[in-house]
Design a protein around this ligand. Structure first.
Ligand SMILES: NC(=O)c1ccc[n+]([C@@H]2O[C@H](COP(=O)([O-])OP(=O)(O)OC[C@H]3O[C@@H](n4cnc5c(N)ncnc54)[C@H](OP(=O)(O)O)[C@@H]3O)[C@@H](O)[C@H]2O)c1
Length: 243
């Protein structure tokens, strides 16, 4: 990534996090998580990772941000507060009882190799979407195989739940304001992982809707019928027509 693009993105992130911080402080405390407080390791702290990590931290979970830029993650964690911390990807993977993996799809093979055994048995929420134009060969393959099944190959041993794939990152910190209004289509094969992910999804205001196993994860990406913000009921209706 060019430095200017990266700086632009960092400025955007800083703006987003600052906006979330300023806009949300007085009332976030009232929306403390009903489920268990968890340690969440974020692999990728870009638009999605920073928005979700910030929001989970504010409802009472403990998060560790990681990316390829530890210094930026330290600044992010300091601006989030609420016990948020920063580390390397491996440190975040070891820290998290649950991981959010939110990287460009072309980085997923490297993430899988880097984290290796740290992924074994771990609940992983996968937001990563394959785009042919951005992700090259692995993007093409993931589109053919389906993003859910492809992620399972690239992150062996992880108990993957696909979620947060087709709504804009800029809105991800807003659902808590009207809990349950927006549904979140998810897909996964592991009942316990689905339950854990669902609890975290509810904690930040979305109503999780399981649309099927990881094979159905191919429907959870932009430009698909389920993309965008929809009620849980609408998601169920659309999902019923998907194969
Ligand atoms: N943006 C959205 O609205 C949105 C919505 C739903 C789903 N998604 C999907 O979610 C994923 C993340 O999207 P995003 O918009 O958050 O992307 P982004 O802003 O570009 O952030 C990507 C993050 O991944 C990190 N990263 C890249 N390679 C890595 C590696 N090998 N190991 C560890 N971290 C690595 C980057 O670190 P550095 O900054 O240090 O390079 C950055 O923190 C993508 O697959 C995207 O398609 C995006």
């Amino acid at each position: 990534m060019s430095i200017s693009r990266k700086n632009n993105r960092r400025s955007f992130l800083q703006f987003t996090v600052t906006t979330l911080t300023l806009a949300s402080l007085p009332t976030f405390a009232q929306t403390a998580t009903a489920g268990p407080k968890l340690r969440i390791g974020l692999i990728g702290s870009g638009r999605v990772g920073s928005a979700l990590g910030t929001t989970w931290a504010k409802v009472g979970h403990t998060v560790m941000f990681s990316s390829l830029d530890l210094e930026a993650d330290k600044k992010l964690a300091a601006s989030v507060g609420h016990g948020a911390r920063a580390g390397t990807s491996k440190e975040a993977a070891a820290f998290g009882e649950v991981l959010l993996i939110s990287v460009p799809y072309h980085a997923l093979p490297a993430v899988g190799k880097e984290l290796g055994d740290l992924l074994k048995g771990k609940v992983v929420i996968d937001t990563s979407n394959p785009f042919v134009e951005r992700d090259g060969e692995i993007g093409v393959k993931a589109r053919e195989v389906g993003a859910g099944l492809m992620s399972a190959q690239l992150l062996p041993g992880a108990r993957i739940v696909r979620a947060f794939n087709a709504i804009g990152a800029a809105r991800m910190g807003a659902a808590w304001q009207e809990p349950g209004k927006v549904g979140m289509p998810i897909a996964g094969d592991d009942a316990q992982a689905i339950a854990t992910a669902s609890s975290l999804i509810r904690d930040i205001g979305y109503e999780p809707v399981l649309i099927g196993g990881l094979a159905m994860g191919r429907h959870l990406q932009p430009r698909e019928p389920l993309a965008g913000e929809r009620s849980a009921e609408e998601i169920r209706r659309i999902a019923a027509g998907l194969k």
